[in-house]
Design a protein. Structure first.
Length: 231
């Protein structure tokens, strides 16, 4: 059943963290940010395993991506926040799972989700996902994949855009006509090649920064709706 939604609180008292002797200043800043993040508190209160769940909730509320009965592929799924939301909204069940989650990191089991621990760039990953779909087309492909950051913004942007291109190519091979695709990119938007491919293959393409994405984060999402089909 859908969880009750409440707006993220804005009036909570700010928690300040003292720097411990063996804790780096950057670690202290991260901890303080986590303790004061209303989406972290909201995820805990509503039973989601990650604050990232609210990014997908906000995009789905706006763009209506997930419908009951849809089959969903979630790439870069760990720790499983997006898969939780997808399973809830498409009404996936243990008896008839309709969400396939893939990541090279381990993901704790989720009701209604088939979990594959595999690197998406492995040669056999696409076939493993197709097998998990039971040979059926997907209605939605989600990708929250990002390359490990180097600290060099342009390099990180290029590497994550490359993952988006691979995910888009895979999506075009498994989506039904009319299906949707969501992928992470970094500020500066998608590369021209990726954007051109999506505009060719989908009826509409949007750059989105959901409210749950931290203001200081460089991440954006591409929401591509209405797959035109293989043709």
């Amino acid at each position: 059943m859908p969880k009750d939604r409440q707006p993220a609180g804005r009036n909570q008292l700010k928690v300040r963290v003292k720097t411990a002797k063996r804790r780096k200043a950057s670690s202290t800043a991260w901890l303080e940010r986590q303790l004061n993040d209303p989406y972290v508190a909201r995820a805990k209160a509503e039973g989601y395993r990650a604050r990232s769940a609210f990014k997908l909730i906000e995009m789905d509320d706006r763009y209506h991506l997930l419908k009951p009965g849809d089959r969903v592929v979630d790439l870069g799924a760990a720790p499983g926040g997006w898969s939780e939301v997808a399973a809830e909204r498409v009404r996936s069940t243990e008896a008839e799972p309709r969400v396939v989650a893939l990541d090279y990191l381990a993901i704790e089991p989720l009701p209604g989700v088939l979990v594959l621990q595999k690197d998406f760039l492995d040669e056999d990953a696409p076939d493993a996902i197709r097998a998990a779909l039971g040979g059926q087309p997907a209605d939605v492909v989600l990708s929250d994949m990002a390359a490990p950051t180097t600290g060099h913004r342009q390099t990180d942007h290029i590497r994550t855009t490359a993952l988006g291109e691979v995910a888009a190519d895979f999506a075009a091979s498994v989506l039904r006509p009319g299906g949707h695709f969501v992928a992470k990119v970094f500020q500066g938007g998608a590369g021209a090649e990726l954007l051109n491919v999506l505009k060719r293959d989908f009826r509409s393409v949007h750059h989105v920064k959901p409210p749950a994405s931290r203001a200081g984060s460089v991440e954006l999402y591409l929401v591509a709706k209405g797959f035109r089909g293989g043709g």
